[in-house]
Ligand binder design. Structure first.
Ligand code: ADP
Ligand code: ADP
Ligand code: MG
Length: 471
């Protein structure tokens, strides 16, 4: 039984989980740092507690979080994404404390948390993986392996995630220079310096399948998402379904994703990520054993609430639907509205939101933790809100997204909104002609003359007058 859920996360995903709980009639407990104390998700939760004075340590403090859950009488914990979401020790500590972890069992997290182990599992069940190596013991053996695979190759941290720990090597010189750097970075970021090599696939699509598995061995998928529009190997825009896949490839990929999940006795929602090359060959790259940022587009095209599904599965309910019941309806697009400057390498910015007006109308959804007066703390990721739209056709979805981006007003900080507007006008994007190299290739063509907001101009002029009168 699950009645009261502690949310071990912050920001938009904490709010998303609170919304799911409210509809299910469940009580929520938010945790927060001092920096997050007055923010939206904390106000919307039924209860809230300070998890630590520092901005980050609290959200990662397994024992403090479990203690708080016990103190507040919470019988389950939802980890969200990032932080402790893919931490097998955390899932195990919840299991040991008799608290339901809303995610898969700790063994499945452990098996898939390590990319090298995950590759082995996929291979064992006959799913193609990117040609590559196991953990590489030395620079010389890496150079030998890379010669066999053929350049370019990619260095990857086995424990990596969030687009970090990845390096492209075009030749042996690159490899010899980058490997030691990659190792020390992986050690620092993930506490594990295992690095492996993969063939670098040129201009692939990133296509991932949403898995849903209950505790009784039933596993289905909710179709795919194309997440090829990325910068720094991190996703910015996602679409569902993919414009690239034909029905036959889609079925084979979905079936492969289910086979991998079954191999680790997976038992909650998860995502199997693939790269798809120009010939539509697909290769497994990793599994994310948690809710994904971009789950919203799958919810929009399937009508299934994925967060509520997570809670039901964790509470021991069997799946209510079978594969044949999953129907994909229309097209959905998500744009991650980040506090970043697209004209300056998408560098994160901080500051205070001085004006906020969100789009509305048919087919529009916003998942955010931003409002007028919100001060963006410098400690966390730059995601302010997720704008998701749905249309009956791809063209309708693109037009709708463009309309919503035009309506969206966020003043006081730079955001990715103007950049996305240009993408929605780009012929290549509209035709579905994009790969993971899209932003690198198109950024210059899409560069826009900075459209100045007249209200910002008024503010600047007032500030100048005020400064002048003071002197
Ligand atoms: P997606 O965005 O597709 O859900 P990401 O891999 O971009 O998946 O990760 C989502 C969030 O989880 C980001 O905030 C990212 O920084 C964080 N994250 C993912 N993996 C790790 C990891 N191994 N260590 C720390 N943070 C991670
Ligand atoms: P993370 O755990 O950081 O999400 P992934 O293995 O999922 O790492 O890779 C993140 C992104 O990096 C992919 O979506 C893709 O754009 C790129 N990438 C990863 N592996 C390869 C590869 N072998 N060839 C080309 N691009 C790759
Ligand atoms: Mg990934």
């Amino acid at each position: 039984m699950v009645n009261k859920i502690l949310i071990a996360n912050r920001g938009e995903i904490a709010l998303r989980i609170i919304r799911a709980c409210k509809e299910l009639g469940l009580t929520t407990v938010a945790i927060h740092s001092e920096a997050d104390a007055t923010t939206l998700y904390v106000k919307k939760a039924d209860e809230a507690c300070l998890v630590g004075p520092g901005p980050l340590a609290g959200y990662l403090n397994i024992y403090r979080i479990i203690d708080l859950a016990k103190q507040r009488g919470a019988d389950a914990i939802h980890p969200g994404y990032g932080f402790l979401a893919e931490n097998a020790d955390f899932a195990k500590a919840c299991e040991d404390a008799g608290i339901t972890f809303i995610g898969p069992n700790s063994n499945a997290i452990m098996a898939m948390g390590d990319k090298i182990r995950a590759r082995k599992i996929a291979k064992e069940v006959g799913v193609p993986i990117v040609p590559g190596t196991d953990s590489i013991p030395s620079v010389d053996s890496a150079a030998g392996a890379a010669k066999d695979i053929g350049y370019p190759v990619m260095l990857k941290a086995s424990a990596g995630g969030g687009g970090r720990g990845l390096r492209i090597c075009r030749d042996e010189k690159d490899l010899r220079r980058l490997l030691p750097i990659a190792m020390s970075e992986a050690k620092k970021a993930f506490g594990d310096d295992s690095i492996f090599l993969e063939k670098y696939i040129e201009e692939p699509h990133h296509i991932e399948f949403q898995i849903v598995a209950d505790r009784y061995g039933n596993v289905i998928h909710l179709g795919e998402r194309d997440c090829s529009i990325q910068r720094r190997h991190q996703k910015l825009i996602e679409i569902a379904p993919s414009l690239l896949l034909d029905e036959e490839t889609r079925n084979r990929m979905g079936e492969a994703a289910i086979r991998i999940s079954k191999a680790v006795n997976y038992d909650n929602v998860g995502t199997i990520e693939f790269l798809v090359d120009r010939q539509k060959n697909f290769y497994f790259i990793e599994m994310n054993t948690r809710i994904q940022v971009e789950h919203t587009i799958t919810e929009e095209v399937t009508g299934i609430d994925i967060v509520q599904t997570m809670i039901r599965i964790a509470a021991g309910e069997p799946l209510e639907i079978r594969q044949d019941d999953v129907k994909i309806n229309g097209y959905a697009i998500e744009c991650r509205i980040n506090a970043e400057d697209p004209m300056n390498s998408f560098l994160p910015v901080t500051g205070r939101v001085t004006g906020y007006y969100s789009p509305g109308g048919p087919g529009v959804r916003i998942d955010g933790n931003v409002y007028r007066g919100y001060t963006i703390p410098p400690y966390y990721d730059s995601l302010l809100a997720k704008l998701t739209v749905k249309g009956r056709t791809w063209q309708e979805a693109v037009k709708r997204m463009h309309r919503c981006l035009s309506e969206y007003v966020i003043r006081g900080v730079k955001t990715t909104i103007p950049f996305y507007k240009k993408v929605m006008e780009d012929e290549k994007f509209i035709k579905g002609e994009f790969s993971t190299s899209y932003i690198d290739e198109r950024l210059e063509q899409l560069s826009y003359i900075c459209e100045r907001d007249p209200a910002d101009l008024v503010l600047a002029i007032s500030a100048a007058i005020a400064a002048h009168s003071r002197t």
